[in-house]
Design a protein around this ligand. Structure first.
Ligand SMILES: [Zn+2]
Length: 280
């Protein structure tokens, strides 16, 4: 059997931009981290927040992690880029309370990771294998996780027109597939909702440069993929599953799910009473 090893970044990556919800300018540095370190956020006040399900504070509109003294918002796209590109360990330093939204997708992060490259760490990758299926549900949102030889996603969304019903079935999510087919898909919002958020002092960094805005008559601006909305939902799921701290080997069937249900599935996968999940 071929042993898969852990990987970290070959060098530091520096990026900056505004936060979607706060509108604050932020500088972000992704740095190499030792084997078994996983992903963690270091904030300007010196606090360190490991990216695990235990530090999740909120899943409303974005995934927020927190420590007793600090919070970091919108972690899902940068975590998706790291996990999707095959990084196991990285330290993320940031001088604001929100990860910059960049162009609304994970592409700027994934492109930078691809350009910088990875180094192999001579420690076997932590892999989570599932022995039996389970599901988590919240009303009409459902997420089923079944054993599989590698990580793949089937995602179904149902939104008002013009989005309508969209379905995405991925093959194995390799770094090549992630970079080409998943990373470029942008976050989205309905125009009426976006305007309501804006009037409440939210989504302050949002614009047509970093989000797909959906109006009743159609999309405002050009789409990157005809099914960009469901592809972005898969991107969010990959980012939330990065909170496992392990490489998942399972197939996820997601019906209309979002951050809350994704995090619930991560908790379930790691629950001590679940002998079905084995880590090695
Ligand atoms: Zn997202």
């Amino acid at each position: 059997m071929i042993v898969e090893y852990q990987h970290t970044l070959a060098d530091e990556i520096h990026l900056s931009g505004v936060g979607l919800h706060t509108g604050c300018e932020a500088n972000l540095t992704l740095s190499p981290a030792p084997a078994n370190a996983g992903f963690s956020f270091s904030l300007a006040d010196g606090s360190r927040i490991p990216a695990t399900h235990q530090t999740v504070r909120s899943t409303v509109r974005c995934t927020t992690l927190g420590s007793p003294t600090a919070e970091i918002n919108t972690v899902e796209h940068v975590l998706a880029a790291l996990a999707g590109m095959g990084v196991d360990n990285a330290a993320i330093s940031i001088d604001a309370e929100e990860v910059p939204i960049m162009d609304g997708s994970a592409k700027p992060f994934a492109d930078a990771i691809a350009k910088t490259g990875l180094v192999e760490q001579r420690v076997p990758r932590r892999i989570l294998e599932l022995r039996s299926p389970f599901w988590v549900r919240d009303g009409d949102k459902l997420l089923v996780v079944v054993p599989a030889p590698h990580f793949k996603i089937n995602f179904f969304v149902a939104f008002p027109e013009p989005v309508g019903n969209q379905f995405l079935e991925t093959p194995e999510i390799t770094p090549e597939y992630f970079l080409r087919e998943i990373a470029p898909n942008r976050t989205f919002g309905f125009r009426a909702e976006v305007e309501a958020l804006y009037s409440q002092g939210l989504a302050l960094g949002g614009s047509l440069d970093n989000a797909v805005v959906i109006d009743r008559d159609g999309y405002m601006g050009k789409l990157r993929f005809p099914d960009e909305i469901v592809r972005h939902k898969a991107l969010d799921l990959i980012g939330d599953f990065a909170l496992l701290g392990m490489h998942p080997r399972c197939e996820v069937i997601a019906l209309k799910s979002g951050h809350a249900l994704h995090v619930a599935a991560v908790r379930e996968l790691l629950a001590p009473y679940r002998p079905a999940a084995i880590a090695r």
